[in-house]
Each structure stands twice: as structure tokens, then as C-alpha cells.
Design a protein around this ligand. Structure first.
Ligand SMILES: [Ca+2]
Ligand SMILES: [Ca+2]
Length: 354
């Protein structure tokens, strides 16, 4: 009898794994026909050869760009290149990317930058918070931006047992931020299992020097995060679930879900159009091509704009779409006064005039 129960449990488990594996495969291989949509004046930005993972633009038009991310499971076309932070001034006629100097005392060899978020203090000092993966761990690095010197002064490294597999952050006050965790496990095999079984064990964390807590959970893989212009709603991209969660922010920093906007494409980093409050989402339409990079058949790129986010029917439109012939693996799009920068996993960012 014991053996029969064991066999039944084993059979049921195998059936479950088989079913999850099929769903996982379907999710990965789901590839849509890409229509080409491109604003008229676009060109690739020289200097950003090693990816342009995340972009955050200050109200003054200065854009910070993280490059050189190495992340387990993602192909890396330049494993020997160091991570850098670049700056672009979008007020210039023909903006160029310039690598920012980083102050001594910070181990520049260990910079492996992922998500970015800027914060402007009451005295107008600009701080740049960077998700870093030194030796494949997760930290948040705080820098002060020196505009005249075009440099970053390293102030602090934040580590915490809940700050694991961090993907992106949004900073709301001095050393106060929300961070997304994109995987529950940290070892490659268990991450694969987590993705196949679709555990939904990832979360959004609130961090402050006084309190660190999980404020929203149940995401398949929480990725990009940003906040509405009025600072009342937080938007979280669940990349493998292909959607954006609209969350209400409460006085105690907890988040509660207002709605989920389904997009049918893998959603990476999110930004807000400062003129309209619309969400801009950098998306991956071809997940399989992204994970198995082949220059002969590269992954495409897609940028979506979501208008009327809080209404009953948010409107989703395509700002940019390409099959990989120009831009491969778009991760983020950010706009400033009719100009747009689109970052990618693999190479140079694209600059467009809208
Ligand atoms: Ca970000
Ligand atoms: Ca991301």
C-alpha cells in the first residue's frame, strides 16, 4: 500500500512538472510577428558598446546609463569589459555618451551595474543609486553626482539579507527605496527550477536605515520598478508574467495592488514620461532568442507606452518595434522633451527624436 501511495505521489509530481515544463516552453517560444515602428530620426549612440541596461533622466535632461551588466543566464557579448556608468546631456544638439569617473576608494573592477534610480535632495544635490552585482551578489551603491567634474563620488554600499537577486530600484528619500527581487533562488539550477515551476516567490522590498520589509509579493519575476508623478502609485513589471502591477503606496510604505495590466510581451524596465505620466516599458518580444543569442537571428525590441494607467481601460501603444535588425533586446526607454533613449541588453542605446 505504501508503495502504491509513493508511486501515485511520484506520478502526480512528474505530471505536474511535465505540465509546467510545457507551459514554460510555450512562454519562451511564443514569438510574435514584429511590425516595424520607428520614429523618423533615430541613431545608435557611439561609446555604449557593452549594453545600456537601464537609463534614468534627471529633470535637467542629464541621462545616466548603466553599461556592462553580467548576469547569470543572460548571454554576455563582452565578458572582459568592466561595468561603467555613462552620462548624456539631452539638451545638446547631438548628444554624446561620456563615461563618468568614479572616486577612488570604490572597487571599480567590481562594478556590475543593473537598475538605476536618481534622487534629488532638498539642497539640489543629485544622488545616483545603482543596483550592483559584485561577484554576482547584490548591493545598492550610493553615489553623489558632481556635475562640473562629470564624476561620481561613492558614499555607501548597502547590503541586506533581503537584498538578493536585486533587479531595479526606485529611490524616494535619503536611503529610502523600493527594490525588486527577480529570482527567489540564487543558484543557477534552482533558478531554472523556479522558472519552470513558476513559483511566484519574488517580491518588492522597502529599504530604509530604520526598517527593511517585503511590501508586495507573489510575482513570477519582479523586474523594473518606478513611481507615478504624484508619488502615490508604484508600477512593478513582472517580466515572465508579461504584465505590469499598479500598486498603491501607503503611508507605512506598504503596497497594495490596484490592477494588473497585461501586455503579452516580457516587460523589463519602466520609466515615466515626465510630461504626461504615461508608463514607458522596455520589452522583449522574443524570449528564446534573447536567452540563446544568435547574431544571425537576433532578438527584437519593443517599447510600449501605457496611457491612462489608472482608468478602467489603460491604452497601450507601440512607440518602437524592430526585429533585431537595428536594436536587439530593448530593456528600457526614457524620454525628455521630445527625445527618447532606448537601452538594450547587448549593445549601444538608440537615440530618437519623437
Ligand atoms: Ca530603473
Ligand atoms: Ca531590469
Amino acid at each position: 500500500m505504501g508503495k502504491l501511495v509513493l508511486l501515485t505521489v511520484l506520478g502526480a509530481s512528474l505530471a505536474l512538472i511535465g505540465e509546467r515544463l510545457l507551459t514554460f516552453r510555450e512562454k519562451l517560444t511564443a514569438s510574435r510577428e514584429m511590425k516595424f515602428i520607428e520614429p523618423q530620426n533615430c541613431h545608435l549612440i557611439e561609446g555604449l558598446e557593452n549594453g545600456s541596461e537601464d537609463i534614468d533622466i534627471l529633470p535637467s535632461g542629464l541621462a545616466f546609463i548603466s553599461t556592462g551588466l553580467k548576469y547569470p543566464g543572460m548571454p554576455n557579448l563582452a565578458p572582459d569589459k568592466l561595468g561603467r556608468i555613462f552620462l548624456m546631456d539631452l539638451n545638446e544638439q547631438n548628444p554624446k555618451a561620456q563615461a563618468l569617473e568614479i572616486s577612488d576608494g570604490f572597487d571599480k573592477e567590481s562594478l556590475n551595474p543593473h537598475g538605476l534610480s536618481t534622487f534629488i535632495d532638498k539642497d539640489n544635490t543629485v544622488y545616483l543609486y545603482v543596483v550592483n552585482h559584485p561577484h554576482m551578489g547584490s548591493t545598492v551603491e550610493i553615489f553623489r553626482f558632481e556635475e562640473q567634474q562629470r564624476s561620481l563620488i561613492h558614499l555607501k554600499t548597502i547590503k541586506h539579507e533581503l537584498l538578493k537577486s536585486v533587479n531595479d530600484i526606485v529611490v524616494l528619500g535619503p536611503e529610502q527605496f523600493y527594490a525588486t527581487r527577480d529570482h527567489y533562488f540564487t543558484s543557477y539550477f534552482l533558478v531554472l527550477l523556479e522558472m519552470i515551476m513558476d513559483f511566484h516567490w519574488t517580491y518588492v522590498l522597502f529599504y530604509s536605515p530604520r526598517e527593511v520589509k517585503v511590501v508586495a509579493q507573489g510575482f513570477s519575476s519582479a523586474n523594473g520598478i518606478t513611481i507615478s508623478l504624484n508619488q502615490k502609485y508604484v508600477y512593478v513589471a513582472d517580466v515572465t508574467a508579461k504584465n505590469i502591477h499598479v500598486m498603491e503606496k501607503h503611508d507605512n510604505w506598504d503596497l497594495t495592488q490596484v490592477k494588473v495590466i497585461h501586455l503579452g510581451t516580457l516587460v523589463d524596465n519602466l520609466t515615466i514620461d515626465p510630461a504626461t505620466g504615461d508608463i514607458l516599458a522596455g520589452c522583449h518580444p522574443n524570449p528564446m532568442k534573447l536567452l540563446n543569442y544568435n547574431p544571425e537571428d537576433p532578438p527584437g525590441s519593443e517599447v510600449l507606452r501605457i496611457q491612462d494607467v489608472l482608468s478602467d481601460k489603460p491604452r497601450v501603444s507601440t512607440l518602437y518595434a524592430n526585429n533585431g535588425s537595428v536594436l536587439q533586446g530593448s530593456t528600457v526607454a526614457s524620454v525628455y522633451h521630445g527625445k527618447m533613449l532606448i537601452g538594450t541588453v547587448f549593445h549601444k542605446a538608440l537615440y530618437c527624436e519623437l
